[in-house]
Structures are given as structure tokens and as C-alpha cells.
Design a protein around this ligand. Structure first.
Ligand code: SAM
Ligand code: SF4
Length: 485
């Protein structure tokens, strides 16, 4: 089939209809601008009341989020940073989930002005991994200690649902010694329900789609052609995924395309609409990437909405306080010092040992090859270095995928997360997977500090579960793997 013909058959407007309100979507640009305007210079008591609501793990309403976004007083921000960390601890405990991205194909029919993969970028070298190459990339990642991946694709007939499903199967089938990938999440273009079902069939974890910008007019300008120029097809991508039975879905915005406060409001409205249609199940995670330089992509330098480091920390905090139950992903787009500063205000997941060039994990050179990448990353440190630093900060690195494999997804996951109980399951399993990492992959320095962190966390476990975890730790030392509570 010709590319043009393929493109003409992707969008099925009728699959969105039931979610629309007289043809309108849930992002009302004027209403958002108005809320942001109306809540300027908020009264400190009102801000503190909202912080208290977040601490009780309730999702905020748009007016409340708009109020937090308008805080200017540095002392109040300090209180909000504290509260963000507190919310994260009470829902998720002191653990950080770690994963790696695996880019499989950079062919793309779209022309997103900020992306190195866009169709008209003739300085990009195009390649789609063969399944043999996918296996090699997976082996390289498993050998570093990874258990979770997010696979990434451009939008193109060469990376349609069947290809994506084959890559996922190949990844799950690849084993190296004790190691294997236990959860594959996907970041790919929005699909129709039939295609999502193909992915569901091969056992995908979370399906992730970033709206990029929620502002209609900016969206139109930045996506001049291709399938992605249809705002609503993208906005309801995850509603359709849920309809197809994929119950862990993930949203995000690309910060730097439009006003960051507007985008945070967009993420909240998106959350509320998912909750409304799917029995309270909002996004499993929220991502908040900042725009990074990409080869032959002038928009990145020219944007007037670049987000400063200070505002970045603020926006992460407000997302944390607004949607207490959601996982929050901080990517290696950010340099190490920013990650150190921002993780404590509420992030739950980070990637490490990240390479985003197509085929880059099996390539022995350490350099980033921009003509094979979507953008440039800021934190290329190894998994071992990142884990050591997290341990120095007191965090357990979790490779746990038990929630997913024991059916704690979708509504079941949300019900537990909303009651702040995820860490009852997750802390023991995080400890066990961390121990496996220390046994199989860690450098001696990381192992030393890692063992201390495990010891500390054990002392905080409830008496009911502690003996079992201690027994499992000993069994892991003797060579058993994949033990979970
Ligand atoms: N092609 C699919 C799509 O657009 O939905 C898959 C995702 S794309 C390969 C992954 C994400 O990278 C995009 O959704 C976008 O948010 C982000 N991205 C694109 N260009 C970027 C840049 N210059 N800097 C940082 N992130 C970027
Ligand atoms: Fe293609 Fe996705 Fe890049 Fe847009 S962001 S050009 S759709 S790969």
C-alpha cells in the first residue's frame, strides 16, 4: 500500500464521537486563560488550604491548580516543594522506578516542527530496526540490568501495529543469564481501536501519548501536515486505548511550545476527562519533557516559551500536587543536576543509561549521533552511576513489574494508589528487585551503598511482611530470582 493511502485510512473520527460534546473537546482555551487570569496574586491561606487538600491525596480542581500556578512568593513555593515530596512519599514511598527507552524506527510521515524525526528533515538518517537488531539492543539493555523498557517509533506504515507487536514479542523473548525484560511500555502514534487490540494481545504495559501542546492554535501551527495535524485524534488517543482494553495509559506535554501554566492546566483537564469516562481511572503516569536541541530543527532555539529551570521545578511540583495518585516521569532529557533537584518534589520514574539513536545500545561508541536521534539528551550517565546517586539520596531503585504481572493495573491500581497504599506492595517488591540488581549487575561501590539503603528500608517495613522479605533476600543471595510478594 502506498504511504498516502495508508495515511488516509488511519483516522476513524467515529471512534471519538462518543467522547465529544457537540463536536467540542474538553480543552476550552478561553476558560483556561480566564482561570489563570482570575486567580492571580492568590491569598496565602487559600494556597495553604489547597496544599492541605493535596496532602489528603485528593485530586485538585482546575481553579485550585490555577491558584497554585499563580503563586509568586518564594516561601510558599518552598512549602509546595515540601508538600510535593510528602505526597509522593505517602503514595509511593522512597523508591524510584527505572527504565530505558528503546527507539525502534525513525521513519515518520508527520512534520512536527520541533522534532528531528520529522518527514522533511533531510539531515536525519532513517532506519527501522530488524527484529534481529531489536534482539541485540535488548540483550545490551538486559546486560546492564534493565527490566523495563519504553519502545518508541515514528508514525509510518513501516512501524504500524504489526511491526510494533513483533518488536514487543522479540523483546519479551530475549533472555541473558538471569536477566529479561518484564514490562514493555510503548510511546507511539495514536491508533484506532483495532490496532490497539493487536498491542494488547502481545502484553504491552502502558501506552503513552504526549499531546505536545494543549493550546489549539499553537498545535495547529506546529503540526502543519500529516496525521498528527488532527488535534482531536491525538487528544482522544488514550480514551480509545482504554476502549480497546489497554487500561494503563500515560499522558504528557512537551514543555517549551506554549505557556507552561496553560500546559499544566491541559494535563489536569485531560486527567479529569479520563477519570470521567473510565470509572475514575486517570493517567497511570504524566510526563513533562522539556524541548531539547535537535539536528536541523531551528524551532527549538526560536521558541519564546522556553521553560527556565526555576519554572520547571515549579511545574513538576504543581502536577504532583494536582494529581497525587499519578506516577511522574522525569527523563534523561534533563541534565544530572536538574534531576537531583527535581526528583525530590515528586517524581516516581526516571530512565537511565539512555541512548536514543536507532541501534545505539549495540553501538560501542559513547558519543551521541545526532543525525540518528530525535533530540539531544542531557543525562547520558550509566545505570550504575544513576542508581548509586539515588542510593546516596536514600532511594531504592525499583525494577519491579509485579503490579502489572499480578493484575494491579487500571482501576485496581488506581483504587490502591488513591488510598495511598501502593507502597505496601511496592516497597517490598522494590527492595527485592533492587537486591537482584545489586547481586547481578552493580559495581562494588554501588553494591555497598545499596545494601545500606536496603537495610534502612527494611527497618521501616511492617512486622507482618518483614520476615518474608528477609527470607526472600537470603534466597536471592543464593541465586533465586523473580521472587515477589
Ligand atoms: N511519533 C510518535 C508521536 O509523536 O506520538 C511517538 C513519539 S515521539 C518519537 C516521542 C516524544 O518525543 C514526542 O511525543 C515529543 O513529545 C518528544 N519530542 C519530540 N521532539 C522533541 C525535542 N526536540 N525535544 C524533546 N522532546 C521531543
Ligand atoms: Fe514524527 Fe513523533 Fe517526531 Fe512528530 S514527534 S515528527 S510524529 S516522531
Amino acid at each position: 500500500m502506498k504511504v498516502r493511502e495508508w495515511m488516509d485510512n488511519i483516522i476513524k473520527e467515529e471512534e471519538n464521537e462518543k467522547f465529544l460534546n457537540e463536536g467540542k473537546d474538553f480543552i476550552n482555551d478561553e476558560e483556561i486563560e480566564e482561570l489563570l487570569h482570575k486567580n492571580r496574586n492568590p491569598d496565602p491561606q487559600k494556597v495553604r488550604d489547597i496544599i492541605a487538600k493535596s496532602l489528603s491525596l485528593e485530586r485538585l480542581e482546575p481553579e485550585e491548580t490555577a491558584t497554585l500556578l499563580n503563586v509568586e512568593d518564594e516561601e510558599l513555593w518552598e512549602e509546595m516543594y515540601e508538600a510535593g515530596g510528602e505526597v509522593k512519599r505517602s503514595v509511593y514511598g522512597d523508591r524510584i522506578v527505572t527504565f530505558a527507552p528503546l527507539y525502534c524506527s525513525n521513519f515518520c510521515v508527520n512534520n512536527c516542527l520541533y522534532c528531528g524525526f520529522r518527514r522533511d528533515n533531510n539531515l536525519q538518517n532513517r532506519h527501522r530496526l530488524t527484529l534481529e537488531e531489536v534482539r541485540k539492543e535488548t540483550e545490551a539493555l538486559v546486560s546492564l540490568g534493565h527490566k523495563r523498557l519504553i519502545v518508541v517509533y515514528g508514525e509510518h506504515p513501516l512501524s504500524d501495529a504489526d511491526y510494533i507487536a513483533s518488536t514487543i514479542k522479540t523483546i519479551y523473548d530475549t533472555k541473558v543469564g538471569n536477566g529479561e525484560i518484564r514490562r514493555v511500555n510503548v510511546n507511539a502514534a495514536p491508533m484506532d481501536i483495532t490496532r490497539y487490540k493487536i498491542l494488547k494481545e502481545v502484553g504491552i504495559g502502558t501506552f503513552q501519548v504526549f499531546q505536545e501542546t494543549y493550546h489549539h492554535e499553537t498545535y495547529r501551527q506546529l503540526h502543519p501536515s500529516g496525521i498528527k495535524s488532527n488535534y482531536q485524534w491525538r487528544l482522544y488517543a488514550l480514551h480509545r486505548a482504554q476502549e480497546a482494553g489497554i487500561d494503563d495509559v500515560a499522558i504528557g506535554a512537551l514543555f517549551g511550545l506554549y505557556d507552561w501554566k496553560f500546559e499544566v492546566m491541559g494535563l489536569l483537564y485531560h486527567t479529569i476527562d479520563l477519570e470521567k469516562h473510565f470509572a475514575g481511572v486517570g493517567p497511570h503516569t504524566i510526563s513533562f519533557p522539556r524541548l531539547e536541541p535537535a539536528v536541523n530543527t531551528p524551532l527549538v532555539e526560536e521558541t519564546k516559551y522556553r521553560v527556565s529551570d526555576r519554572d520547571f521545578k515549579r511545574l513538576v511540583t504543581v502536577i504532583r500536587l494536582s494529581v497525587p495518585y499519578t506516577g511522574m516521569i522525569l527523563t534523561a532529557r534533563e541534565p544530572a543536576h536538574i534531576r537531583r533537584d527535581v526528583i525530590p518534589v515528586g517524581c516516581t520514574q526516571i530512565d537511565a543509561s539512555t541512548r536514543i539513536g536507532i541501534g545505539a545500545y549495540s553501538d560501542s561508541s559513547d558519543e551521541q549521533k545526532l543525525e540518528r536521534q530525535q533530540f539531544q539528551i542531557g543525562d547520558p550517565r550509566s545505570l550504575d552511576e544513576v542508581i548509586r546517586e539515588l542510593a546516596e539520596m536514600g532511594y531504592i531503585t525499583s525494577f519491579c513489574t509485579a503490579d502489572y504481572r499480578c493484575g494491579r493495573t487500571g482501576k485496581h491500581f488506581m483504587d490502591i494508589a488513591k488510598k495511598g497504599k501502593i507502597h505496601y506492595f511496592c516497597t517490598p517488591n522494590a527492595i527485592l528487585t533492587f537486591k537482584e540488581y545489586l547481586e547481578d549487575y552493580a559495581s562494588p561501590q554501588t553494591k555497598e551503598i545499596g545494601e545500606k539503603v536496603i537495610h534502612n528500608h527494611l527497618s521501616h517495613l511492617k512486622d507482618g511482611i518483614k520476615p518474608k522479605v528477609e527470607e526472600y533476600l537470603q534466597r536471592i543471595e543464593k541465586g533465586e530470582r523473580d521472587l515477589r510478594v
